[in-house]
Ligand binder design. Sequence first.
Ligand code: HEM
Length: 402
Amino acid sequence: MTSNSSTTDSCAEVDARKHSSIYFGEPFRIFFPLGLFLGSIGVALWPLFVWHAIEFYPAQAHVRLMIEGLMGSFIIGFLGTAGPRLLDAPALIAAETSLLFVLQIASALLHLAQRQTAGDIVFLTMLLFFVGMMAKRAGARADLPPPQFVLVLFGLVNALGGIFLLTAAKSFTNGSFSSRLGSLMLNEGFVLFPILGVGAFFFPKLLGGAKPEPTDLRIARTLWVTRAVIAALTGAVIWTSFVLEALGWIRTAAFMRGLTTLAYFLGQGHLFEKPSGPPFLAHCFRVGALLLVAGLFLPVALPGYPVASLHMTFIGGFSVILFTVSTRVIIGHAGQSHLFQKRLRFLIATLTLLIIAMIARVGADFIPPARNAHLVYAALIWLSAAIVWGVALTPKLSLTED
Ligand code: HEM
């Protein structure tokens, strides 16, 4: 009797340890909720400002909580989970995930306290630790990473370079070029490049239902080189468009960026090809990709409204893609792949709300007298989308495949 109960106790202990280790080894389980929380605070700052609940103008905190907080957390959660698995390398350990988590929270708190440079430096430190963790795992294996991941690397380099330029610009007397280029690299490059790179490698497989395996990396060397060169050229052209925009060539830059992104989505991401599995998530991804491209092209027609155009990309593009891909990741890791066969009603509701929020946010800049009211509606609708998605998927974060 005693030995039976002690066996049961030790099994329960092993189960509990195994269960808690999945949160560290599959960091999306921690970083997706963190990103959702930080992004919600970043958006909520606008109604709080309009209702005089906060004293400061929240532009700086908003920008960083959305890009570094929301997008940064989802990128770390996704790459921190998929990277080691794809590389056939050991998962992140508790100390590594905890370090990234603490630094990410510290950075967000500094941004909320209006200490932007300090917040950026802590975020940069977190990214460097993350790159180090992935480099250690990549260095220990013989195979090359997926060729499209050149763009993922480009995204991380853009965040690091962007923060460096923004910080340096504060000490130059005429730092406006550096600061414009830095903003473009951090706010757009950091997210756009990983979306393109991860998209081109994963989506034909992931959105079709199959799980990417290390064997997917074993492609012919010449094909690897061709794909890596295409990815590098795509990154170089988009980065050149950032330089042109920072120099004031807004229309040319927007045209170049929109066209290159569309060409990569079509040619390498197979955006309009029939997926191998159920089409629902692929359709959702296509909506996000098309809105993202539309937002990138918009300054060609409306060069005087850069922030409105950016929000078509941020809300219609980045947010729609982020919620779609993360839905796929969470459901896949919860062992509920049968749900891919269904049209997920909570995701349809989330994306519909996001598109309404996008219209309200983009429209706000065209109606100056009603701008604040539209900012409030846009923010509340974006928050509703985040709540619908969070309520539907948070319970699945603790479920595993077996
Ligand atoms: C729907 C809710 C949103 C509202 C009401 C909103 C509002 C605003 C406003 C008013 C500005 C201009 C700040 C200024 O300089 O005076 C701004 C800028 C910005 N927002 Fe949002 N935003 C929303 C969603 C988002 C999302 C989802 C993201 C990113 C994923 C985002 C990222 C940014 C960035 C990066 C800037 C700075 C753009 C630049 O000048 O380079 N926003 N936002």
